[in-house]
Design a protein around this ligand. Structure first.
Ligand code: FAD
Length: 500
């Protein structure tokens, strides 16, 4: 019976209109799936649950990301709840896009064994609100098939979890004055490299997508000319050092929570550039460089060397245009400089996927006024990683322990748009502080079931020692992080406040 109920419902279906559910989850990415997995522990067996998503399958952005994207952390730490990966690959293997998508999607099966889970893919939720009904306060959800806005369905739920992700959509090719070139998005890289085997590749953007694109291009043909526009330059956390393999898991590296503590304590709400320089010197793959940005990406020393030696030129500037001149085709940089570029060169738009729209997303509090909607969003966020928010915020919500414990929410998007380095410091302070409070609030057995915890890379005795150290400095660390976040709220007029 339960298996039958798990059949995905396709566009145009009207099976749900007018129905009531115990829980509706909107968004089947890693955040929504972690939230659903956590909720399963609290809902009674057989509770009615509906999972809605615009995509055709669970897995969120891993359904549509470029095909050469890989996890930048070891695959065991990218999961749903405590679900192990169904294979025997080395622990440090970095899973590929389709592997990630199918791992995430496989998390639905165990949920379906204890709940009456129904899924509706290919559906867009157009409104979510807390409303008064004869049965008490409920969440009202209105949705329609992606391709048919005229026929909406309306359902009610005792509780709803909103996990729409960070609006990761497909980018578009960059527009240039010259058309004597090939302008593409990463999703078209492989086909374009094949079609233009001798064209140089210009990678526009120095973040994770840019690095993935350089590596994929060089893997295709190590002799290909690659030019990288890296703007202010991005720092990456040194995976070789901080996620060491073999015996080094016992003898070197550092728990990731310790690293967050160090970042948090080095930031006081005012010194973001200094705090970033501290991070770069101590934790990045390129401590001697002057890279100005950190977006929580990880990189191995080997990847760093490959990129450095394989790229013909790494330009610390921004590409504004490509024009044709009597002297040949030229790239025009923000600094006003120009650089010649071959006719037919391939330009790949790796300028980033998050918060690229001109407008700030609408504000939505993490909890609705009556508390029946939990929203995993970037304006009132529990953690900068939506996956971690999905796990912890849901457990705390069901335990009635989200409010009043001292957890802070942070307007990650509002701060990111104003000052990226302040965002790094503040998000580290918030992540560390909320982790310490979670350790004080939740049972150890539950904390140990969070498969996303990067500390789990290290052997159990090291983790236990880390936990003891965390507890011994908890009060002073929390006080520091609070002061930092209060200062952020004052300076930038963004939400950085206790969940009261
Ligand atoms: C290129 C790239 C590489 C990354 N690599 C890593 C990595 O290696 N490690 C890591 O930890 N993180 C990585 N990230 C960060 C990544 O965003 C998260 O890991 C995570 O997958 C995001 O999960 P999510 O559930 O929040 O969002 P999503 O995966 O985007 O899922 C949200 C879902 O909500 C659905 N949805 C949204 N609005 C509606 C609506 N109105 N109606 C119905 N459905 C809706 C969407 O269709 C989507 O399926 C990467 C991000 C990008 C862009």
């Amino acid at each position: 019976m339960l298996d039958q109920l798990q059949q995905p419902v396709k566009s145009g279906a009207d099976q749900f209109d007018g129905q009531n559910f115990d829980l509706v989850v909107i968004g089947a990415g890693i955040a929504g799936l972690n939230a659903l997995n956590a909720a399963t522990e609290y809902l009674p067996k057989g509770a009615r649950v509906l999972l809605l998503d615009q995509k055709d399958a669970a897995g969120g952005m891993w359904n549509t990301a470029y095909d050469y994207v890989r996890l930048h952390q070891p695959h065991p730490m990218f999961t749903v709840g405590n679900m192990a990966w169904d294979w025997r690959k080395p622990r440090d293997y970095l899973a590929a896009r389709d592997e990630v998508q199918s791992h995430l999607a496989s998390s639905l099966s165990p949920v379906g064994q204890s709940l009456r889970l129904q899924t509706a893919f290919g559906q867009t939720v157009s409104s979510l609100a807390e409303v008064r009904t004869d049965e008490g306060t409920m969440a009202k959800i209105v949705f329609h098939a992606n391709d048919d806005q005229s026929e909406t369905q309306k359902v009610h739920a005792k509780q709803a979890i909103h996990a729409p992700g960070l609006n990761y959509g497909l980018t578009t090719p960059l527009q240039f004055s010259s058309d004597n070139l090939v302008s593409i998005i990463p999703q078209d890289l492989r086909a374009t490299l094949q079609a233009h085997p001798h064209a140089p590749v210009v990678v526009v953007g120095g973040g994770k997508t840019g690095m993935d694109t350089v590596l994929a291009t060089l893997a295709f043909n190590p002799a290909r000319r690659v030019i990288l526009f890296q703007g202010r330059g991005t720092n990456f956390l040194n995976r070789t050092k901080y996620i060491p393999t073999g015996i080094k898991r016992w003898t070197s590296g550092e728990l990731v929570s310790r690293l967050f503590r160090d970042m948090a304590l080095n930031f006081n709400g005012d010194n973001e550039d200094e705090a970033l320089a501290h991070f770069r010197r101590n934790y990045s793959t390129d401590p001697g460089a002057n890279n100005g940005v950190f977006l929580y990406g990880l990189q191995s020393e080997q990847e760093h060397t490959k990129i450095k030696s394989g790229v013909e030129q790494a330009v610390s500037d921004y590409l504004e245009d490509v024009v044709e001149t009597p002297d040949g085709q030229q790239m025009v940089l923000r600094s006003g400089q120009t650089m010649p570029i071959d006719d037919g060169a391939i330009f790949v738009n790796c300028t980033g996927s998050f918060f690229r729209d001109d407008t700030l997303a609408d504000y939505q509090p993490i909890l609705s006024p009556e508390g029946c909607i939990l929203s995993i969003n970037a304006r009132s966020a529990f953690h900068f990683l939506t996956s971690v928010s999905g796990f912890f915020a849901t457990h705390l919500w069901f335990r009635n322990a989200l409010r009043g414990q001292g957890f802070y929410t942070l307007d990650q998007e509002g701060l990111f748009r104003q000052n990226r380095n302040a965002w790094v410091g503040a998000s580290a302070a918030q992540a560390y502080m909320n982790q310490v409070i979670a350790v004080q609030t939740l049972p150890l057995m539950l904390l140990d079931r969070c498969g996303l915890d990067l500390d789990r890379w290290y052997p159990f005795p090291r983790r236990m020692l880390g936990l003891m150290r965390m507890k011994s400095t908890a009060a002073a660390d929390i006080a520091h992080c609070r002061r930092t976040l209060d200062r952020i709220a004052d300076r930038f007029d963004v939400e950085a406040a206790p969940l009261a």
